[in-house]
Design a protein around this ligand. Sequence first.
Ligand code: ATP
Ligand code: MG
Length: 414
Amino acid sequence: MADLQPPRGTYDLLPADQRRHARVTEGAYQIAGLYGYEEMSTPIFEATDVFLRTLGETSDIVTKEMYVFADKKGRSLTLRPEGTAGVARAFISHLRSEPLPLKLFYQGPMFRYERAQKGRQRQFHQFGVELLGVSEPVGDVEVISMGAHILDALGVADKVTLQLNTLGDSDTRQAYHSKLVNYLEGHKDKLSEDSRTRLDRNPLRIFDSKDEGDRDVVAEAPLLADHLNDASKAFFDDVKAGLEATGIAFALNPRLVRGLDYYCHTAFEFVTDTLGAQGAVLAGGRYDGLIKTMGGPEIPGIGWAAGVERLALMIAEPPQSPRPIAIMPDGDDAKTQVLSEAQRLRRSGLKVDLGFSGNLKKRMMRADKANAVAAVIIGGDALAKGKAVVRDMETGEQTEVPLSSLEDHLARYR
Ligand code: ATP
Ligand code: MG
């Protein structure tokens, strides 16, 4: 027999886990709807290029974490590690003539080859939003507010804080680049090997490193926040003012950068200290250059993605689904009538559990185990009078009810 465990870093979502996941994604989807965001889905694998070109060659995802494989025709495909690149690709191929702005919501599995631990899987789930076609800071404020609203609706708002930073516009980043590189060159010997590569290609990303030595170096590095040009500063001021106006508390974190190449201006993360090292639960930023980089029109974008597993660990136990009504025959003659009554009751919207086998006593015990609120017994003298016996499982009280008014009687158990 083959190994019965799922591959390292992947998990079965058993019914109790799935219930928590569903609570998270349904809660998120419901709130996103209030902001007018509509769900869409992209394929779980894409041409590898879709991610290579957008995430940046020096990103952790591209250098270490992607599941890349060749299909039978030798095409290079990749299991999606995140959602934004696929949505941008879909926008360019199908949605570019839609009126803007476009407000999109997605959810589903993502894949990253990472060191598996609590809150960090190789297959995990995200939900996320993308707002395309809004270049004003009010767009940033809306998507961050929506994230905060969702975390609030999930009951985890008091366990997270919003960290906020700006990466400025491209002029700002260019002017700052040489200052940062000068500083980092002076501390090259203390940087990790990865970060020495980043130094030539994308030094800003060193701020995102999880390596201790790197962290010590960037702790003293000159900050982009101190080098903002007027336009970048004004943009960031508007974002902050908008968040204040909507009552969303934030902490400035001048060392917060996003791991991906395509970000500008606003970068943010909702973080928690309740999940050990896996602190980020919902993170995102503005990516004005992305769609153009992929060969599309110059359309600004902003969005975020949230980790479903991490949120599922944080929410309260979701409510149990409603208790069923058990239905069972009293004697073999009533077996087929039980089937038709069960079907009729389900079609009227009741949750009905069929005991599949055994005598009445056995079925009643099973109904009890299934936590039924009531049992409907079909057969015997009652059936001869066109009635069923309904047993209230809490009180044990039994009532004869005409079959024709069974739904009405059972309505109290909905
Ligand atoms: P981290 O710094 O924890 O590696 P990240 O910056 O790689 O996170 P993003 O790419 O911003 O994460 O993804 C958005 C969210 O998706 C994260 O905030 C987190 O909640 C979740 N997430 C990312 N990677 C994983 C993973 N391997 N397992 C579970 N959740 C994840
Ligand atoms: Mg990561």
